[in-house]
Ligand binder design. Sequence first.
Ligand SMILES: Nc1ncnc2c1ncn2[C@@H]1O[C@H](COP(=O)(O)OP(=O)(O)OP(=O)(O)O)[C@@H](O)[C@H]1O
Ligand code: SF4
Ligand SMILES: [Mg+2]
Length: 374
Amino acid sequence: MSDPTVQAADQVAAVPQTPGEVLLDAGHVKKYFPIMGGLLRHQIGQVYAVDDVSLQIYRGEKFGLVGESGCGKTTFGRTILRLETATGGTVSMDGQNVLALKGNDLKKMRRRMQIIFQDPYGSLNPRMPISDIIGEGLLAQGDKANGWGKRSIRDQRVGDYLEAVGLRRDYSRRYPHEFSGGQRQRIGIARALALDPEFIVCDEPVSALDVSIQSQILNLLSDLRTQFNLTYLFIAHNLSVVQYFCDRIGVMYLGKLVEVAPVDVLYANPQHPYSVALLSAIPVPDPRVRKKRLVLKGDVPSPANPPTGCRFHTRCWLRERLGKPAECSTVEPELRTIAGGHQVACHFADQVTEQAVQESAATQSVIDTAVAAD
Ligand SMILES: Nc1ncnc2c1ncn2[C@@H]1O[C@H](COP(=O)(O)OP(=O)(O)OP(=O)(O)O)[C@@H](O)[C@H]1O
Ligand code: SF4
Ligand SMILES: [Mg+2]
């Protein structure tokens, strides 16, 4: 049986995939976290959570960011929003240098860039009524022009945005524990929307929800994008959700972007060996179809001590197939354009063919064969 999330999201209106105006331009973004240790708690190393990531997001698009747990998706999202201080790189939003903004200019920019969190339980203060949870940001951003400093104007706006996300205005007097998971996520969305943003980082906004609720929230996000002219960076684990929700996709591995492509191109023709393996793990809804799965060997290496050269080389099936060329472990592959809108960071991407994938899957000791009903 097919995934209802996918079915519902499939009905969402598609956005043209032709590049338009760049809204968010991230250049060589780095975020390293210090590792403290020793008796004096001094820095003994660092976690290379995001390491030289460049990508452009077009106005109005839904850009998906995928990759295994710990590869740096959330850190990238938080760094471009300045919720984390970047270690290096540039972020420009609508031509403005986000990382250099200060004072009032930074405050204004914060309104334009919002985030929706994964955990609808943990992200709402249980001691605050909904009116204050949504109103808090409005109060902080209040000025003479918008009048958000006034309680009556704030309450009006809170009610308007509760309705926009499909909740009743009078819910504003309730507390988070009085809502279901899906309703709480709607409140989180209303909180972000109330500030009139243009760009929203949706950090796994449906992963904590039941499948039936996931489709409702995805459809809501899609409708709101049209209604409020929004642009999304959509971070997710579920590749099926990303396939049907997003216009373009970026695949991350160990702090690096390894492939970027329009969604239909990436799913039909992935060119990075890591993307190939990730996509081979998606279940096929048709029980008559046999699908070979490429199983990645070993654990993800520590981002505190990433492998030399290509970071994927310790787990790469293509490197094995090619007889372990030295280049893989010594030269870091650049993200290069291989076709219109399709970028890949692999020295040997041209060797990723259907035949290579099938033969590599067949020679693996563990081959997951999706249900066969011969
Ligand atoms: N505040 C922090 N201090 C130190 N290390 C951190 C911090 N935040 C994240 N990290 C590390 O940075 C790396 C990337 O983490 P991040 O949360 O961005 O990954 P992710 O791709 O969002 O993973 P998940 O899919 O599990 O949410 C991880 O190794 C994580 O442990
Ligand atoms: S550069 Fe080498 S190790 Fe890296 S993905 Fe390509 S083949 Fe694999
Ligand atoms: Mg995350």
